[in-house]
Design a binder for this molecule. Structure first.
Ligand code: PHE
Length: 335
């Protein structure tokens, strides 16, 4: 009898070891502990034993019953926690989730490229306020009060004497007030004009350039801008200087580049002219030097200002300026 108690125990545990799901465990449990189970039968048969053996055998059989009950319970519990935890388990055979990496905005890239080209030529970078006084935005740049030239730029007024800067040129004055020649700076930043269509947004970016020293001529301006265009676009991109007017430069010139799309044949992008306007420039007007206290007999200089959006649109053939500011990933991811 004792032998069969141990036998039953080891059989039960062996079977349990191979059980692969809760149903199998339940079946094994019935086989041993059910109404007709092996242990139930064993307990029943105790009454037929010799009286002196009953107590000890009964205790052993009961202990086995309890132990098995507990083992079955524990095994069932283990299956339960394993199945409820299934969704948290990692399926190592699945392909990995891609990590979406951000990148610099196309305008930031172009802005950096422009600044890189000029800093390699020896220019320093300067920055200044976007909310500007009438004095720096107009007055000191030789725009007299009520002069029609102020209408060239559709100004956002904050108050009578405060504006959102309409260009980066106020930084020419701010820099010259602080520095004596030689001055070699470029000034990137946001500017604002009350204007909105396919090629204009109320906020856009400019990069201003200013070089003042002894013996600076229009030839130096041409040389620097030609070197810039050849690096920004390519060596085949020729330039054309067209006479123009700005109150703060004299003489003034608008600079066109050979159309990057048709190379001069005439197309939709260049309105059949073969040329694209990219910036305004000229020799610094002596009135500015007088305002900041530079010796006009000793120093001359040139200045230029370009739109970053415009350069980016020409470089990549983008036809709508608003695309830069819509935060559409499909558009931005291309750069
Ligand atoms: N500030 C002018 C503009 O915004 C551009 C310019 C800069 C022209 C410097 C001449 C010299 O249109």
């Amino acid at each position: 009898m004792e032998k069969s108690i141990e036998q039953i125990q080891s059989e039960a545990l062996k079977e349990l070891e191979t059980a692969s799901d809760p149903d199998v465990v339940k079946t094994i449990s019935v086989k041993y502990l059910g109404r007709k189970g092996k242990i139930t039968q064993l307990l029943r048969s105790i009454s037929s034993l010799a009286p002196e053996k009953r107590a000890a055998t009964g205790q052993k059989a009961n202990a086995l019953k309890k132990a098995l009950e507990k083992t079955f319970e524990d095994t069932l519990k283990r299956f339960e926690t394993e199945t409820t935890g299934a969704e948290d388990r990692i399926d190592v055979s699945l392909p990995g989730r891609p990590v979406v990496a951000g990148s610099l905005h196309v305008l930031t890239q172009i802005n950096q490229q422009i600044c890189d080209i000029f800093t390699k030529m020896g220019f320093d970078v300067a920055e200044g306020p976007e909310v500007e006084t009438d004095y720096y935005n107009f007055e000191a740049l030789n725009f007299p009060k009520d002069h029609p030239a102020r209408d060239m730029q559709d100004t956002f007024f904050v108050s009578d004497n405060i504006v959102l800067r309409t260009h980066t040129s106020p930084l020419q004055i701010r820099t010259m007030e602080k520095q004596t020649p030689p001055v070699r700076i470029i000034m990137p930043g946001k500017v604002y004009r009350c204007d909105s269509d396919l090629t204009h947004t109320p906020m856009f970016h400019q990069v201003e350039g200013l070089l003042v020293d002894e013996n600076i001529s229009f030839g130096d301006l041409k040389g620097v801008l030609t070197a810039f265009v050849h690096q920004m676009f390519d060596e085949r991109t020729s330039l054309r200087f067209r006479p123009s007017f700005f109150p703060f430069t004299e003489p003034s010139a608008e600079v066109d580049i050979l159309c990057v799309m048709c190379r001069g044949d005439g197309c939709r992008v260049c309105s059949q002219t073969g040329w694209l306007e990219i910036l305004g420039s000229g020799m610094v007007h002596p009135a500015l030097f007088e305002t900041v206290g530079y010796d006009t007999r000793r120093y001359t200089g040139f200045a230029f200002g370009m739109g970053v959006e415009r350069i980016a649109m020409l470089k990549f053939g983008i036809d709508d300026i608003r695309k830069f500011f819509e935060n559409d990933h499909k558009f931005l991811r291309q750069f």
